[in-house]
Design a protein around this ligand. Sequence first.
Ligand code: AMP
Length: 111
Amino acid sequence: MGDCIFCKIVAGEIPSQKVFENEKMLVFEDINPKAPTHLLVIPKKHFENLSDAASDPALLGEMVAQSSAVAASRGIKEFRLVANNGREAGQVVFHLHFHILGGRRMTWPPG
Ligand code: AMP
């Protein structure tokens, strides 16, 4: 946790382009966007990934609801919400985050 880049963003030690913040979570722009809108929704408390955070379903529910609200606030009604859960699933940063991807047509299945 000491070296966690997203914990450092929460602490303000690393800059981020914040879009939304409350006492439990932070939403900011992805530094390497994969779509015209690419935001990350993270809990302020450190959880390694979605499986780790399953112990707090209320928080997960709030994060999902807030993801929709933030997208709507940007005029985006159709978007993809992604959590890469573990290395094999493509997770690179081991602090739970949902990707909000929107503003272009998505393909399926993802790679
Ligand atoms: P994942 O592969 O699901 O772990 O995604 C990690 C995401 O974090 C990637 O989309 C990165 O571009 C993004 N990312 C890494 N470092 C930063 C940072 N300092 N600020 C914003 N986004 C970041």
